[in-house]
Design a binder for this molecule. Structure first.
Ligand code: ZN
Length: 198
C-alpha cells in the first residue's frame, strides 16, 4: 500500500515511464520536485504545457521542432550543400548538430529494420527518403554500427541503387582519444581496413 495521495502516485508512475528512470528514481525525482515546488515544479509544469502546444514533427525530415518544415529544412544554405545525413533517431540528429557538422540536411528513419521486433521497411521513413534523395548529391548513412543498423544501411543502399546519388557511410574505427590496446578486435580490424593517407 502506498502512503502517497493519488495525485503524487500518478506523478511517480508517469515519471517512472521516462527513459533511465525506474520507480525508485521516479519517486526521488517527484520528491525533489515537491520540495522545490515554486522554483522547479511550477516552471517545469509551465514549460511542459508550452512544449505540448508547440512541438511538431517535421514532415520533411522527421526532426522535432516547433515548426514544420523544421528550422533545419527551412535553411537554404543547408539544402545548397547537397549533403543529406540519414540517422536512426532525432537524438542522433541532435548529436550531429552538437558536433557541429556544418550546413547539412538530415533524414530521420525513426528506427532500424528488425525482423525479430516486427519492424519492416514500411514502419520506417524509407519511402520518404527515396522520395527526396534526388535533391541531394551525397547521402551519408549515419546509422549505428549494430547488426540492425548495418542491415538497414544495406537495404536503403539497395533501394537507392540507380538514383545516381553518391552513398557513403560513417567511418568505423578508433575513437578520438582512444587507445588501441583497449579496442575490441572488430573495431581495430575495421580501423585498419578503413585507413586513410596521412
Ligand atoms: Zn526538417
Amino acid at each position: 500500500m502506498s502512503q502517497s495521495s493519488p495525485e503524487i502516485e500518478q506523478l511517480i508512475q508517469l515519471m517512472a515511464r521516462l527513459p533511465g528512470l525506474g520507480p525508485r528514481s521516479a519517486r526521488r525525482a517527484v520528491l525533489h520536485l515537491i520540495k522545490k515546488k515554486e522554483s522547479l515544479m511550477a516552471p517545469l509544469s509551465a514549460a511542459l504545457d508550452r512544449a505540448v502546444a508547440a512541438v511538431r514533427v517535421c514532415e520533411t525530415c522527421g526532426n522535432i521542432d516547433t515548426r514544420s518544415p523544421c528550422s533545419i529544412c527551412a535553411d537554404p544554405r543547408r539544402r545548397e550543400s547537397g549533403l543529406l545525413i540519414v540517422v536512426e533517431d532525432v537524438a542522433d540528429l541532435w548529436a550531429m548538430e552538437r558536433a557541429g557538422v556544418g550546413a547539412v540536411s538530415y533524414h530521420v528513419l525513426g528506427g532500424v529494420l528488425s525482423p525479430l521486433d516486427g519492424i519492416g521497411p514500411e514502419d520506417l521513413a524509407i519511402d520518404q527518403l527515396i522520395g527526396r534523395a534526388g535533391g541531394f548529391s551525397e547521402i551519408v548513412l549515419a546509422v549505428n554500427a549494430t547488426v540492425e543498423g548495418q542491415t538497414t544501411a544495406h537495404y536503403v543502399t539497395d533501394r537507392l541503387a540507380g538514383s545516381g546519388v553518391k552513398i557513403t557511410r560513417l567511418a568505423h574505427g578508433v575513437p578520438v582519444g582512444g587507445e588501441l590496446d583497449y579496442l575490441d578486435e572488430g573495431t581495430l580490424s575495421q580501423a585498419l581496413k578503413a585507413r586513410t593517407v596521412f
